[in-house]
Design a binder for this molecule. Structure first.
Ligand code: DX5
Ligand code: ZN
Length: 231
C-alpha cells in the first residue's frame, strides 16, 4: 500500500487505543466514515511501557476488516523478537522505539526488506541525534508528545520546539520522511504542532470522545498549517 498525503498534506491517524476493544470493527468503520487516513494501533507489552494492549493476532483480525493503512506503533522491549509476527499480521507500517532496539539499524532494515514502511519513535526525553544514522532507513519519525503508555494525557509543551528542530533536520537529511506526533493532540493544539512541522497526526481520546467524528477530523484539517514536505 502506498503512503500518500491528502490534498492538504496532513495525515490523520486516529488511535484505536481509545476505542471500545469489544467493538473494534465499529471503531474501524467510524474512522473510515469520519475521513481518517490511517488506523494507529498501539502495541504495549507491560515492560517498555506500564500498560498492556494487543498483539499480532488482533492486528490480523483488524486487517481483515479494513482497507485503511495500518500504522502499528510498537511500545515493546526487543521488538526484533516478534517482528516477523507483526509483519505477517498485515501491518502497512511498523514503528519501533529507538530506546528499545539494541540494533536499530538492523531492525529497521528487516522491516523495510519485508516490503512495508518503517518508522522510528522517540520518547519525549530522547535526544534527536539518535536519528543521525538512520535517515535512509525510515519512512517516518514518530515524536512522542506524551510519555508513552496511556491515552488521554496532556501534550508536553516543550515538544513544539523539538518538532521544529526535527522538521529542520528532516528537510536537510531526508525531506520525504514523515513526521508523526502522538499524544495529547486535539483541535486546541493542531495549529501549533502542524505549523511546527508535523504532518502525520495521531489522535486517540480526542477522536473517540468527539461526538461528531467527521466534524472533528474536518476541524483538524482546517486548523492544520500547510506543512507538506518540500519535494
Ligand atoms: C500513547 C499512545 C498513543 C495514544 C494517544 O502511548 O502511543 O497513540 O493512543 O492518545 P491521546 O491522543 O489520547 O493522547
Ligand atoms: Zn501511539
Amino acid at each position: 500500500m502506498t503512503i500518500d498525503t491528502n490534498k492538504d498534506g496532513i495525515i490523520i491517524a486516529p488511535s484505536i487505543l481509545s476505542a471500545d476493544f469489544t467493538r473494534l470493527k465499529e471503531a474501524l468503520d467510524t474512522i473510515e466514515n469520519a475521513g481518517g487516513d490511517w488506523v494507529h494501533i498501539d502495541v504495549m507489552d507491560g515492560h517498555f511501557v506500564p500498560n498492556i494492549t494487543i498483539g499480532p493476532p488482533v492486528i490480523k483480525s483488524i486487517r481483515k476488516e479494513t482497507k485503511l493503512f495500518l500504522d502499528v506503533h510498537l511500545m515493546i522491549e526487543q521488538p526484533e523478537r516478534l517482528l516477523n509476527d507483526f509483519i505477517s499480521s498485515g501491518a502497512d507500517m511498523i514503528t519501533v522505539h529507538a530506546e528499545s532496539c539494541t540494533h536499530l539499524n538492523r531492525t529497521l532494515q528487516v522491516i523495510r526488506e519485508s516490503g512495508i514502511k518503517s518508522g522510528v519513535s522517540l520518547n519525549p526525553a530522547t535526544p534527536l541525534n539518535v536519528l543521525d544514522y538512520v535517515y535512509d532507513y525510515v519512512d517516518m519519525v514518530l515524536l512522542m508528545t506524551v510519555n508513552p503508555g496511556f491515552g488521554g494525557q496532556a501534550y508536553i509543551p516543550q515538544m513544539t520546539e523539538k518538532i521544529i528542530t526535527l522538521r529542520n533536520m528532516l528537510n536537510k537529511n531526508n525531506p520525504d520522511v514523515y513526521l508523526q506526533i502522538d499524544g495529547g493532540i486535539s483541535v486546541n493544539n493542531i495549529s501549533e504542532v502542524t505549523a511546527a512541522g508535523a504532518n502525520v497526526i495521531v489522535a486517540g481520546s480526542a477522536f473517540f470522545n468527539a461526538s461528531e467524528k467527521t466534524s472533528f477530523v474536518t476541524e483538524l484539517r482546517q486548523k492544520s498549517a500547510f506543512c507538506r514536505k518540500k519535494k
